[in-house]
Design a protein around this ligand. Structure first.
Ligand SMILES: Cc1cc2nc3c(=O)[nH]c(=O)nc-3n(C[C@H](O)[C@H](O)[C@H](O)COP(=O)(O)OP(=O)(O)OC[C@H]3O[C@@H](n4cnc5c(N)ncnc54)[C@H](O)[C@@H]3O)c2cc1C
Length: 383
């Protein structure tokens, strides 16, 4: 077993840090806080290769196309980027949207939408959640009625990441509500299709530079070649993409936890109370120790899960354990970090305070922690 990073991986970490510090953070924060989505910056990230992660293509700073490289890049982004929203948005695009296209798209869909996304010219979103179907995605009610040459879709999708800036959406509807999961079908629809309306960005608690919106379809007529995969395969496609999503979507938070630990440690060493640096109080040093343990645990499982996918193996159990571990660790470490910084972390948009808001989203999206525990309980295998 070899835990060391390859030369390419080490070079990527180094070059990516420089790229984010010099090219991304300045532009992201140029108009002050809260930051918002910036399409020029998105293109810059694409030119640096960040949207080719996990595809067969390599470009810019990205010289390998495996999943390990993807999670290392996202982890580095999380460490360096001044807002968690951009790494989250990039992860949504490369893990959820592009992996679905890569594995289930037709040749034409890949040539247009995948190629355009890798170039940073097109942006996609992944729309499953509805007002009455959150954790229970088998209950979606968006209806796709077959027509002479395609389908007519009606229904609403909510809380969709990147929807307000998306050029296309991968969207799940049912062709037969009585058939439950077997009626679910995936579609790839350009967002300028008549009958499709996007609303947003909606106000949310964190992840500022990743916009979220709703998508409403009202008798939206689409041709049959907008199907993504075969009719009735929607649930299988969504499940497959969730495995990739849960592996990568929180990778950036491992990097963020590393950064949190570094700044909390610096603060604990320099802040004096009762005549001593606060790091000398056991209550504070134990918090730092717990933060360190969480990073190690999360990183080991992150790399192992990515490695398993690179071996061509299924990783449903690992990706759920990983999603649970990283999201809960990031939330707990963000709160621990706030405690170490004391009242300063609660004012002036201190980055640790913002981390708490960002971390709260992590225990909800891509399946809540309760749902991950349900999956893990159903798949328990003894090593
Ligand atoms: C930042 C963010 C980004 C998102 N991006 C997207 C996106 O791009 N695309 C998309 O489709 N959706 C997206 N979502 C929506 C997200 O997937 C849902 O919020 C999530 O699936 C939970 O559904 P819900 O909010 O309806 O909660 P509910 O399903 O109503 O759950 C409410 C509570 O009940 C619990 N619960 C429900 N069922 C069970 C069960 N069987 N066992 C135990 N507990 C249970 C839940 O854990 C939760 O605590 C996003 C959400 C957030 C916060």
């Amino acid at each position: 077993m070899d835990y060391s990073l390859t030369t390419n991986q080490q070079t990527l970490q180094k070059e990516l840090k420089t790229f984010v510090q010099q090219e991304v953070n300045t532009q992201l924060c140029s108009e002050g806080w809260p930051v918002s989505f910036n399409r020029d910056l998105w293109k810059k990230c694409a030119d640096a290769g960040l949207l080719s992660l996990g595809t067969k293509e390599t470009r810019g700073l990205v010289r390998d196309s495996d999943f390990i490289t993807m999670v290392i890049a996202l982890e580095t982004l999380g460490y360096t980027c001044s807002d968690n929203g951009l790494p989250f948005a990039l992860a949504t695009q490369v893990c959820t949207v592009q992996q679905s296209l890569l594995h289930h798209g037709s040749v034409e869909q890949k040539e247009t939408f995948l190629a355009g996304s890798i170039e940073g010219i097109l942006i996609g979103c992944h729309a499953m959640t509805e007002p009455e179907a959150g954790s229970d995605s088998s209950n979606i009610s968006m209806l796709a009625t077959p027509t002479n040459d395609g389908f007519s879709l009606t229904g609403e999708k909510i809380m969709i990441g990147l929807a307000p800036v998306a050029d296309y959406c991968i969207l799940f509807a049912t062709v037969n509500p009585d058939a439950g999961r077997w009626g679910q079908t995936a579609f790839l629809i350009p967002t300028n299709t008549p009958g499709l309306t996007v609303n947003g960005p909606i106000k949310k608690l964190g992840l500022d530079s990743s916009p979220m919106g709703t998508i409403t379809l009202s008798n939206c007529e689409i041709p049959a070649n907008y199907l993504l995969g075969p009719q009735g395969a929607g649930a299988a496609i969504a499940n497959h993409s969730l495995e990739f999503e849960r592996t990568c979507i929180l990778a950036s938070q491992v990097g963020r936890m590393q950064r949190q630990l570094e700044i909390a440690l610096d603060h604990a060493k320099s802040r004096k109370q009762f005549g001593r640096p606060v790091v000398e109080f056991q209550a504070v040093s134990h918090r730092l120790a717990d933060m360190r343990v969480r990073i190690e645990t999360a990183r080991l499982l992150l790399y192992k899960t990515a490695w398993k996918i690179d071996q061509g193996q299924r990783a449903m159990l690992e990706s759920s354990m990983l999603k649970l571990i990283i999201s809960e660790s990031f939330l707990t470490s963000s709160i621990d970090s706030m405690r170490i910084f004391g009242g300063y972390s609660y004012i002036n948009e201190h980055e640790t305070g913002k981390d708490v808001c960002d971390a709260l989203g992590g225990v909800l999206y891509a399946g809540t922690s309760d749902i991950q525990r349900n999956i893990i309980a159903g798949l328990i295998e003894l090593p």
